[in-house]
Design a protein around this ligand. Sequence first.
Ligand code: G3P
Ligand code: CA
Length: 339
Amino acid sequence: MTPHRRLIPAVLPSIALPSTSLPSTSLRATLTRSALACLMVAGMAAPVLAASPALEQQHDDLAEFQVIAHRGASGHAPESTLDAFSLAQDQGADYLEMDAQLTADGKLVVFHDDDIERTSDGSGAINDHTLAELKALDVGSWFNEAHPQRADTAFAGARMATLEEVFDAFGYDARYYIEVKSPELNPGLEEALLAKLKEYEMIQSGRVLVQSFNRSSLLELHQQSPALPLVQLLWYYPDDESEEEDGRLEEWTGVTPGPNRIEDADFEAIADYAVAIGTNVRYDGKAVIDADFVHQAQDNDLRVHVYTANDHDDMQQLLDWGVDGIFTNHPDRLIELTR
Ligand code: G3P
Ligand code: CA
């Protein structure tokens, strides 16, 4: 792992001046509909939407299949730690997936759960603790206890990472797929995240995708920073109250109807602010999406990323459907299948 402490912007001399030419064909295919419309109306002069070559390259790369390391290589190392991200990078993942949250004193940390019990030796809500309190926790030993076959003494005593520490560790050598996690529990998270991305020039350097289940959070980010590529997360589950056989599928926050009731307009509405959807493939072991769903989303200008596939058969099924990326705890397995 190469240290990148405060190297920015020296490590990225190629950050571009606002473009005055038409976006490339591939960029057109992945720019959100509203961003493209603004560019056209503004005669390509809107600097806020101008794409640097690095950002164009990121959009181009999204046309290829993406290996997304879910909380790092979390099948091999304690999730969301620098060890897990370092391993994912070594394995060749395209994106390091992580969840951003705010501490009680307003610092951005990388952590998945709302509570700290499962993956630390502390207790309570993450947002009730200051960064100093969270830094005193051991977020690695639980992994050794839960996965003795993959235990490593080096994991014991691992510390929770701030987003800044992740950026300092990997700089522009990695791409980051950052979730605005539980925004209702993390008021101000969107603003804090955007400020940190700007401080590190992560957007124009084509290094970041921001994902959320919360459409309002994404819309706020899109308004503040139209060039920031966004991913609308979806989670389909069967409504037990439904009289339909096996339950009628619904989406958790109502962003779309269930997959078998989705219309093009539902995907078009997402494509107004996002470049991709990130969706679950199964609920309770049963598939909730299929190849038609994938193709319909793609036909409406959305890349389709799917979470979380860890075994060979699941990965192969999704590849056969033509998905554009897979979130996995085992990037090494997915890379073996795809490269
Ligand atoms: O962010 C994609 C996927 O990670 C969503 O699920 O619960 O692992 O954050 P979760
Ligand atoms: Ca996540």
